[in-house]
Design a protein around this ligand. Structure first.
Ligand SMILES: Nc1nc2c(c(=O)[nH]1)N[C@H]1C(S)=C(S)[C@@H](COP(=O)(O)OP(=O)(O)OC[C@H]3O[C@@H](n4cnc5c(=O)[nH]c(N)nc54)[C@H](O)[C@@H]3O)O[C@H]1N2
Ligand SMILES: Nc1nc2c(c(=O)[nH]1)N[C@H]1C(S)=C(S)[C@@H](COP(=O)(O)OP(=O)(O)OC[C@H]3O[C@@H](n4cnc5c(=O)[nH]c(N)nc54)[C@H](O)[C@@H]3O)O[C@H]1N2
Ligand code: SF4
Ligand SMILES: [Mo]
Length: 684
């Protein structure tokens, strides 16, 4: 790499946790990456990147980038570290871990999420490492498992419409998503549809950038989407706006669903959802009478108690009207299971040999770390739990434990890295090989290294290989190179046996390839459920003692809102950050300004809060100081704390997760970030 000639371009993949998984073109001059652009040849990217990743070189060459291994020399959380050699770092870690993995490996916990979505720098060698050691297993629930399980019970997996087909929709319902912020390439497609005459409807408690630009915004109360979906069904059924043929051939349990839906008149739902009866009736009418009608469902709906049920209810709608028959009809939440990568081959779950290994939920890491004897050591990579996990006070207390041994693989000194005993510098996307699926579209995208690793940074895979060797893991499974792992990702039986398998040569050349997915995947049923049908009634749920039909489950906190904490709070992502990534990139932070709380003028007046005041947002779990922005983006009774800032950059060194709870969703054991109540007071 060092000898790259002047101005070469290298094809890559955006690593971030974003449904767009863009194909990147990095220009390198004298071994230095000078710009990162969108690949004009990749249809989904269309030559355009978001503001964040357009600044990827600013992040990569950031003066604060971690370039050497570091050990902590001050108290946990103080951020006092000194540089050490790789040998000292790896030996220190190995010496601390040896007695644990020898007698009680289940006390070692991996903690990782989607800092990179790469299949190689994510869970390949890392998972093999923890499997071979017999470590605790991490239940990776922090983002999408409520909705993911709900989709699986209903449609059979994380499957749905193809993103590009929304260009043909005549009605697009954007449900629980701020596409302009979090799925900008979908928004481009929706605009294309709009030019062809489509109507755009947004269902969101907040008048987001996206809601403001749609033809209609339904400002629903948080956590009430299932009630709305059931009322839409009520209208479809009572007016007989149904595709009886589709229902008969390709669905399961219509009679039972019918009875359930008939309990949800638009009047009842309007009351629960805070919407107008006419708006609900009109939406049902339009959904039934506009062909094709597509629903871009997203994760915002599944971050409250009844999130799984809400996703199930919404995912039933297109089967009732037969919208699936058309390329531009149906629902898309996640396309993950359309991909055919060889995850099992990469991760090797078969290597895990410790029956005593517990499954620890990442969403309740606060409780887990404070449970005596459960976790003795934790290795964090691709995640920043101290900032992103709910009920931070407990997470911080857990990571501050003197007897906990913590290793963090990072690009920067995050809130989590501040609590580590040893911090190891990891490579960024420009410095390593990787291969990516998308949860938005259905392409596979390859990432080739553009520059040499900066400083002494190593890839996640290499760090686990070297640590493995010091812990006696000289297994051949640990030695696969990153490039070989990228190739292995294509060796799944489903790719190899497909009519036109994606080949390594083709992927290397183009930088991306399309997994074979029909344009209207469920036009003739064929859902990957046990019955092969869209399952309105789920026997699998019933077998677990759960309601086999979707229903509205009221929020934990908002439905019991008290005079003490009367305001509902949601904390969706800020446009210029990606979860807690990019918060330390100055140009992006300048665009976001500072941590904000949006509050409606009526709620502000009641509390004598002026625009721009510093406020204390609080509940029994903690208190978060930020600046109030008085705006009708928030509806009365609702405040919006845009996430996810670094705690150490916050006014009182907390962020919005100081307020969120560790309660879990109805399905998928996921956090209820948007099911939270608070009070607000001016600090003037
Ligand atoms: N710029 C940027 N892009 C991102 C991210 C980021 O942090 N920044 N995060 C990435 C990640 S990890 C993910 S998972 C995806 C998430 O992407 P999406 O699933 O598309 O979700 P968000 O854009 O977070 O939008 C959630 C929307 O749901 C609304 N909402 C909150 N509660 C409810 C509710 O009860 N019902 C309904 N109907 N709406 C509700 C919020 O106001 C918000 O506008 O985005 C990814 N893309
Ligand atoms: N209140 C509230 N909290 C939320 C959310 C919300 O909407 N509201 N959203 C939730 C959601 S959807 C999600 S997905 C989670 C996300 O939570 P996380 O997955 O923890 O995501 P990030 O905050 O982006 O942190 C990822 C970290 O990985 C590091 N990283 C990136 N690439 C690499 C690499 O190649 N190697 C190594 N070693 N490190 C790397 C980055 O520097 C970054 O610090 O947050 C959740 N938290
Ligand atoms: S964050 Fe999303 S929109 Fe931005 S470059 Fe990455 S994949 Fe594309
Ligand atoms: Mo996420």
């Amino acid at each position: 790499m060092q000898n790259a000639p002047m101005n070469t371009t290298i094809l890559g993949a955006c690593p971030h946790d974003c449904p767009d998984t863009c194909s990147l073109v990095t220009t390198v001059k004298d071994g230095v990456a000078i710009k990162v652009q969108g690949n004009p040849d990749h249809p989904m990217t269309d030559g355009v990147l978001c503001a964040k990743v357009s600044r990827y070189t600013e992040r990569t060459y950031h003066p604060d980038r971690l370039l050497y291994p570091m050990k902590r020399i001050g108290p946990k959380g103080s951020g006092q570290f000194e540089r050490i050699s790789w040998d000292e770092a790896l030996n220190t870690i190995a010496n601390r871990l040896k007695p644990i993995v020898a007698t009680r490996p289940e006390k070692l916990l991996p903690y990782s999420y989607a800092g990179t979505m790469g299949l190689v720098q994510g869970e390949s060698i890392a998972m093999r490492f923890f499997n071979l050691l017999g470590a605790a297993k991490l239940d990776r629930t922090i983002c999408s498992s409520a909705g993911g399980e709900a989709l699986t019970y209903t449609l059979g997996g994380k499957v749905g419409m193809k993103m590009g087909m929304f260009a043909e929709s005549q009605l697009i319902i954007i449900w629980g998503s701020n596409s302009i912020t979090s799925n900008i390439h979908f928004w481009r497609i929706a605009q294309e549809a709009k030019r062809q005459g489509a109507r755009l409807v947004c269902i969101d408690p907040r008048r987001s950038e996206t809601a403001a630009k749609c033809d209609l915004h339904l400002a629903i109360k948080p956590g009430t989407d299932a009630a709305l979906a059931l009322a839409l069904m009520h209208e479809l059924i009572t007016h007989d706006w149904l595709d009886h043929d589709y229902i008969a051939q390709y669905t399961l349990g219509f009679e039972a669903l019918r009875e359930r839906a008939l309990q949800w008149s638009p009047e009842r739902a309007a009351e629960v959802c805070g919407l107008k009866v006419e708006d609900i009736r009109q939406l049902a009418h339009d959904f039934a009478h506009t062909t094709p009608a597509g629903i871009r469902l997203n994760y915002g709906v599944q971050r409250s108690r009844g999130g799984g049920n809400a996703v199930r209810a919404i995912a039933c709608l297109p089967a009732l009207t037969g919208a699936w028959r058309h390329r531009g009809g149906g629902v898309l939440m996640s396309a993950t299971h359309h991909a055919r990568a060889h995850n099992i081959g990469l991760q090797r779950p078969d290597l895990h040999r410790n029956p005593k290994a517990p499954l620890i939920n990442m969403s309740t890491i606060g409780d887990a770390l404070n449970t005596p004897g459960l976790v003795e050591a934790v290795i964090v990579y691709n995640s920043n739990p101290v900032a992103v996990a709910p009920e931070s006070a407990k997470v911080v207390k857990g990571f501050a434990r003197e007897d906990l041994f913590t290793v963090v693989l990072e690009h920067f000194m995050t809130d989590t890295a501040d609590h580590a005993d040893v911090v190891l510098p990891a490579t960024t996307q420009l410095e390593h090989w990787d291969i990516h699926n998308s949860y938005g579209h259905t392409d596979v995208v390859l990432n080739q290294p553009a520059i040499a690793p900066l400083g002494e940074a190593k890839t996640n895979t290499q760090i686990f290989r070297e640590l493995g060797l010091r812990l006696g893991l000289n297994h051949p499974e640990m030695q696969d190179t990153d490039e070989a792992l990228c190739q292995l990702a294509l060796q799944s039986p489903s790719n190899l046996n497909s009519a036109q398998p994606i080949t390594w040569a083709a992927l290397l050349k183009a930088g991306f390839a399309h997994w074979p997915v029909a344009d209207a995947p469920f036009a003739k049923g064929g859902f990957p459920t046990p019955s092969g049908k869209c399952e309105f009634v789920s026997e699998r749920l019933s077998a677990m003692g759960l309601d086999p039909l979707p229903d509205h489950i009221p929020n934990y906190e908002q439905s019991n809102a008290t005079a003490t904490y009367p305001l509902a709070m949601i904390s969706p992502p800020a446009r210029n950050f990606l979860n807690s990534t990019f918060v330390n990139v100055k140009s992006l932070r300048d665009m976001e300004g500072e941590p904000l709380l949006e509050i409606h003028p009526l709620d502000a007046a009641q509390r004598q809060v002026n625009d721009g005041d510093m406020v204390r947002v609080f509940n029994d779990r903690g208190s978060y100081h930020c600046k109030a922005q008085i705006t009708t983006r928030a509806q009365p009774g609702l405040v919006v704390g845009l996430g996810v800032w670094w705690r150490k950059l916050g006014a009182n060194h907390t962020n919005v997760n100081e307020l969120t709870s560790q309660l879990l969703t109805d399905m998928g054991r996921a956090p209820v970030f948007y099911d939270c109540t608070v009070q607000v007071a001016s600090l003037r």
